[in-house]
Design a binder for this molecule. Structure first.
Ligand code: NAD
Ligand code: IPM
Ligand code: MN
Length: 366
C-alpha cells in the first residue's frame, strides 16, 4: 500500500525496540537484522535501543511500563519497533494492557494503519482472487472505543454479578480518524472510502460516527464514500474484496476486521501495522500476537515484522530502504524461502538472514 505520513526524512533515526513475549522476541531480531543490513548502504545512521518489557519482567519485578517510559520514548526516539505481548502466565493480560494499550493511548497514536495486501495469488484462501483484488488499507481508531478500560464490576463473584465496559467515543477522536482516512485516500489517488459501524444497534456511540462521517465526507466530494454496517462489511470483504480501497472503523471492529483481512492475504504471519500520530513518535508492530502455540520452536514467520519495518521506514521517509525490504519479502514468497505457515520449511533466523542479503542485493539494483 502507498506510503504513510512522514516523520522527518533526516539521515539518522533512533529506534526503540520492544520484542516482548513469545514469537515477538523471535521475529523482532530478524527485522532488526534486515534493517541494519540496509542502513549502511543507504547511508543511514540507525541506532537501536532494546527494552526488555515483557511478561518475564512483569512476573520477575512487577514492572510493566516503567515510570517515565512514555516521556523517554516521546522525547528520545523517532519510532518504536514492537513485537508482541501476551503470555499464558499472565491471564489478566495486565502487562500487555499497560505497555501496548498504554503506549497507544499515552503517545496518542490515533491511527492504527493495517494494510491488507495480497503479495502472491496462491496465498489467499479465496477462490479465483488475485493480487489486484486484495489491496486495501484498514484504518482502526486506536485511542478510544471499547478499549479505554472504563467500567467495573458490581457484586463480583456472586450470582448477581454485573460487569460494565463502556464504549467511549469523542467527537474529536471520531473526526480525526475519519478525516485521516479521507486525506489518505485523496493523497494516494484512492477512490473509495468505506466507514463501518454498528449504528443500528449502538444508537448513541455509533450515531456519533454517522453524524461525523456525513459532516466530513462533504469536504471530500472527490472521493467516493459509503457506509456499511460491520457485519455486512465482514461478509462483503470475503464476497468481493476488490470493492475496497480504504476502510475506517472503530477500535474493536478494526481489530477484528484486520485479522480477517490478514487471513485473506496469506495469514497473520504476513500482516504489518503502524500505530501512528502523524509527525510524532509512532509504534510499528506486526498484527499478530505472541503465538504461544508455536513460541520457542523457531518457526515463527518474520515476514510480518519485516513488512512492519518497511512501514516504519516509510514513516521516516526512507522510501528506497522500505522498497528494498518489500522486494526481499516478495522474493522470499516467490522462491518459497518461507516458514511452515506459508508452506515452506525454513526456520525463522534462516528467513531473516536470507531477507537481509536479498534486501541489500535489491538496493544494488535500484
Ligand atoms: P496470535 O496472533 O498470537 O496467534 C493466532 C494464530 O496465528 C496462532 O495459530 C499462531 O501460531 C498463528 N501465528 C501468529 N503469528 C504468526 C507468525 N508470525 N508465524 C506463524 N504463525 C503465526 O493470537 P492469539 O493466539 O489469539 O493470542 C496469543 C497472545 O498474543 C494473547 O496473549 C493475545 O492477547 C496476544 N496478542 C498480542 C498482540 C500484540 O501484542 N500486538 C496481538 C494479538 C494478540
Ligand atoms: C492487536 C491485539 C491487541 C488489540 C490486544 C493484544 C490488546 O489484538 O494489536 O491487534 O486488541 O488491539
Ligand atoms: Mn488483534
Amino acid at each position: 500500500m502507498p506510503v504513510i505520513p512522514l516523520r522527518n526524512g533526516g539521515p539518522a533515526a533512533r529506534i526503540a525496540v520492544i520484542p516482548g513475549d513469545g514469537i515477538g522476541a523471535e521475529v523482532t531480531p530478524q527485522a532488526v537484522k534486515v534493517l541494519k543490513a540496509v542502513a549502511a548502504p543507504c547511508k543511514r545512521a540507525m541506532e537501536f535501543v532494546e527494552f526488555d518489557w515483557s511478561a518475564d519482567k512483569y512476573l520477575r519485578e512487577g514492572v510493566s511500563l516503567p515510570p517515565g517510559a512514555v516521556e523517554m520514548l516521546r522525547d528520545e526516539f523517532d519510532a518504536i519497533l514492537f513485537g508482541a505481548l501476551g503470555d499464558p502466565r499472565v491471564p489478566s493480560n495486565q502487562h500487555a494492557a499497560d505497555i501496548l494499550l498504554g503506549l497507544r493511548f499515552k503517545l496518542d497514536l490515533y491511527v492504527n494503519a493495517r494494510p491488507v495486501e495480497l503479495l502472491q495469488d496462491r496465498l489467499t484462501p479465496l477462490r479465483d482472487r488475485t493480487e489486484k483484488d486484495i489491496r486495501m488499507m484498514v484504518f482502526r481508531e486506536n485511542t478510544e472505543g471499547l478499549y479505554v478500560g472504563v467500567g467495573g464490576f458490581f457484586k463480583k463473584d456472586t450470582t448477581d454479578e454485573i460487569a460494565v465496559q463502556e464504549d467511549v467515543n469523542s467527537r474529536k477522536g471520531v473526526e480525526r480518524i475519519i478525516r485521516f482516512a479521507f486525506e489518505y485516500a485523496r493523497k494516494n489517488g484512492l477512490k473509495r472510502v468505506c466507514m463501518s459501524d454498528k449504528s443500528n444497534a449502538m444508537t448513541f456511540a455509533h450515531d456519533l460516527w454517522q453524524r461525523v462521517f456525513k459532516q466530513v465526507r462533504r469536504e471530500y466530494t472527490d472521493v467516493d464514500s459509503h457506509h456499511l454496517y460491520i457485519d455486512t462489511l465482514a461478509m462483503e470483504i470475503v464476497r468481493d474484496p476488490s470493492q475496497f480501497d480504504v476502510i475506517v472503523t472503530c477500535n474493536l471492529f478494526g481489530d477484528i476486521i484486520s485479522d480477517l483481512g490478514a487471513q485473506l492475504a496469506g495469514g497473520l504471519g504476513l500482516a504489518p501495522s503502524g500505530n501512528i500520530h502523524p509527525g510524532k513518535t509512532s509504534l510499528f508492530e506486526p498484527v499478530h500476537g505472541s503465538a504461544p502455540n508455536i513460541a520457542g520452536k523457531g518457526i515463527a514467520n518474520p515476514l510480518g515484522s519485516v513488512l512492519t519495518s518497511a512501514m516504519m521506514l516509510e514513516f521516516l521517509a526512507w522510501t528506497p530502504d522500505a522498497t528494498a525490504l518489500r522486494t526481499a519479502v516478495r522474493a522470499a514468497l516467490r522462491e518459497n524461502y518461507v516458514t511452515p505457515d506459508l508452506g515452506g520449511n525454513k526456520r525463522t533466523p534462516e528467513v531473516g538472514d536470507w531477507l537481509a542479503a536479498k534486501a541489500v542485493e535489491a538496493l544494488g539494483q535500484t
